[in-house]
Design a protein around this ligand. Structure first.
Ligand code: FAD
Length: 318
């Protein structure tokens, strides 16, 4: 079922989860184990992230020349989606990224998804490559998520990249896109940031999922700016538990977000990892309660190996 239809039909705040595909070499069982604990909370869908390949230099031939090779550390986004649907009878939402892909790769992926009965995608540009200061698309790839949304909508309308195919059915993907309550780090200012979000929605995005945030004020302000700009689609808050002291440094750097002073002080005064996790769980519980009370369409939790902390929050919220 399409995410947008689920949201429209529900009178209460839904629950969605986000997971990473296992690292290459690892089995899917560890992912199942971390998700089994959520069965009782009846999540409405699960997002599966997508990771661009790393470029590594490898020697080739007897002359010892090196060649750039693309290696994905976390392959199989689509395979994981199929496995989750099979195990949990749940809608899985694969992330489709422009990074490291050509328009033809994307078209092939969408055909594969259609055959698997997956009609939801989250359309993203993708993270920068390591050592990249500015995003470089592949030759024949998209520069912005906007172009990806347009490609998906063209396919929904029966237009493939190359002409000459006989089409006997229509694809009909429901498309989510990303939004940034504290603005995307490459946007000049909030106004510009919202104008690009608006373009993605105008191109056919059905809903928005936000970057994580630790102060709900950022989310509410972002929603207000979107509504003022005429963006009316559902905006789903993305949430993550803070579970280690290290994250006080890493999360702002990685995701370009701020951590409120009260939370920083509470975490810094902890003497054990267990105490930090307790603080993180209490903070996220309060965030979730406030958002739920305000009537958000869904609460989207980035679980990322932190199932226990998220589970503690869900026991109170759902
Ligand atoms: P875009 O919407 O293309 O925006 C990128 C930048 O370009 C922004 O600064 C924007 O302001 C600017 N811009 C947009 N359109 C235009 C335009 N027409 N002209 C000029 N400038 C423009 N990354 C992954 O690699 N894999 C994942 O699975 C993944 N999942 C994510 C899930 C969520 C919910 C979120 C919020 C992010 C996720 N990311 C993921 C990270 C995301 O790929 C990065 O934040 C990336 O830097 C931007 O992606 P985007 O889709 O928002 O890009």
């Amino acid at each position: 079922m399409k995410i947008i239809e689920r949201i429209r039909q529900s009178k209460k705040t839904l629950l969605s989860l986000e997971v990473l595909p296992p690292l290459k070499g690892k089995s899917i069982q560890s992912l199942f184990n971390s998700l089994d604990v959520f069965k009782d909370f009846k999540p409405s869908w699960i997002n599966v992230t997508n990771h661009r390949p790393d470029i590594v230099k490898r020697p080739v031939g007897i002359l010892g020349r090196t060649r750039n090779i693309e290696i994905r550390k976390r392959p199989a986004t689509i395979g994981v989606c199929a496995a989750l649907m099979n195990r949990y009878q749940i809608d899985a939402v694969p992330h489709i990224i422009c990074a490291g892909t050509t328009v033809h790769d994307i078209e092939d992926t969408l055909i594969e998804l259609n055959f698997l009965g997956i009609d939801n995608v989250l359309a993203l540009r993708g993270d920068l490559a390591k050592n990249e200061s500015c995003f470089t698309p592949k030759l024949d790839g998209h520069r912005y998520a906007l172009e990806l949304v347009k490609q998906i909508q063209l396919l929904n309308d029966g237009h493939f990249i190359d002409e000459g195919f006989e089409i006997d059915h229509n694809m009909n993907f429901c498309v989510g896109v990303a939004g940034y309550p504290e603005k995307h780090f490459e946007s000049y200012d909030q106004e510009e940031d919202i104008s690009f979000v608006k373009e993605k929605v105008k191109a056919g995005a059905d809903y928005i999922v936000t970057q994580l945030f630790f102060d709900n004020k950022y989310y509410f302000d972002f929603v207000a700016r979107c509504r003022n700009a005429g963006v009316t689609v559902p905006i789903i808050p993305g949430l993550k538990p803070l579970t280690t002291k290290n994250q006080l440094r890493i999360l702002p750097k990685t995701f370009h977000i701020t951590i409120p002073k009260d939370l920083v002080h509470a975490v810094e005064s902890c003497n054990t990892d267990i105490a930090v996790e307790q603080v993180g769980v209490e903070w996220l519980t309060q965030q979730s309660k406030d958002l739920q009370q305000s009537g958000v369409p869904a609460l989207h939790y980035y679980t990322m190996g932190k199932s226990n902390a998220v589970e503690k929050v869900l026991k109170i919220i759902f």
